[in-house]
Design a protein. Sequence first.
Length: 429
Amino acid sequence: MSATRREFLHSTAVSALTFSAATYAGAADKPNDRVRIAVMGTRIRGKQLIPVFNAQTNVEITHIIEPDENLWPDALKLLKDRPTQPKTEKDLRKVLEDTSLTALVVAAPDNWHALATVWACQAGKHVYCEKPCSHTLMEGRRMVQAARKYKRVVQIGTQRRSASDVVTAREYIQSGKLGKVAFARAWIAGNRPNIGKTEPSPVPKGVDYSLWLGPAAETPFTKNRFHYNWHWFWDLGTGEIGNNGIHGLDVARNVLGLDAPTRISCSGGKYFYDDDQQTPDTQIATFDFLTGAGGASGCTLLWEHRVWEKKGPEDQSYGVIFHGDKGTLLFKGDGWEVRGGDGAKEKPGVDIVGNHVRNFLDCVRDGKTPNADIEEGHKSTRLCHLGNIAYRTGRTLNFDAATETFKDDPAANKLLGREYRKGFELPAV
């Protein structure tokens, strides 16, 4: 690949990743006007995204939405260079009443993603929602329906959709240079700490615990179900496959042009830690696809995590690997190389998160489809949900993509959705 071609992809990966020429009506009425943004959730990811959005041209962060007011000062410090400080608010609903608001950034826990997105679309706001896009499979489809009905731009935070190295890997593999790719694998090893066991305790001062729980059932407060560790509880998070698996699975699905699997199996358990976590610390999920890009024959895609291990396959803590009959393409963190073939290599993408945010803002202004459109985000997140459902039922599942249900399996179908606390029901669209 020429230097000119590579430089072009690094600077304009967004155009190579657009999925259709369809546009969103209802983008900003005045495309050149300032984009006014509210950020929901500031514990970790929101605090990481605030400087990225703040650095963009003609963007103003107007609100910080966080039910734990103890986190407000750190978020506001990130915007101290702004002449006007954003308003702080605990309740998303109050912020959505602001008719001057353009878009909502959702970086709250997983169980809030769908409700916040649907509410925002109904209020006429565009949405940048962090991964995984939803807490259940049914929620993801509802998010797609809301984006389409209310003609909103909804971008999911799977930022590798805006990475030039993923674009070139897709071009390389779909050109046939790796041959027939019948197997791909994605993984992460984390060396995460044991979170221990905790008893119920008083809600910390300054925390609106009911708002923090949102759609989840009212449960006693414990520190292990609060900031960050919520990832490992089924009513709040989606486990490591939803936390980090979404990135590797999205890369594999994108590069291979995969849609929905027909058969899913999963094994694993809590084999390493004796603590409060409900989700597995060791998990292997297998997805069988009948077809790939352009009607190509299908493949098996495997996800694995061992959150207690420092290094995974290929001596890499994170990776995605594609096995073809002409060679093997390996993402080593970021960037990739081909082994056993023509030796092609690609450097990591540059400013991936910045590119992803700029792509979202560009689409808000011009009404085009974003790189990680909600439909694509849902289909990748769907894999995480399918893997978890196979794990929780303990059996191989047969999935019907047309109905997004399991054939003759009421117990598995029950896990496609969830019950909602009064006042936080997911609206019909």
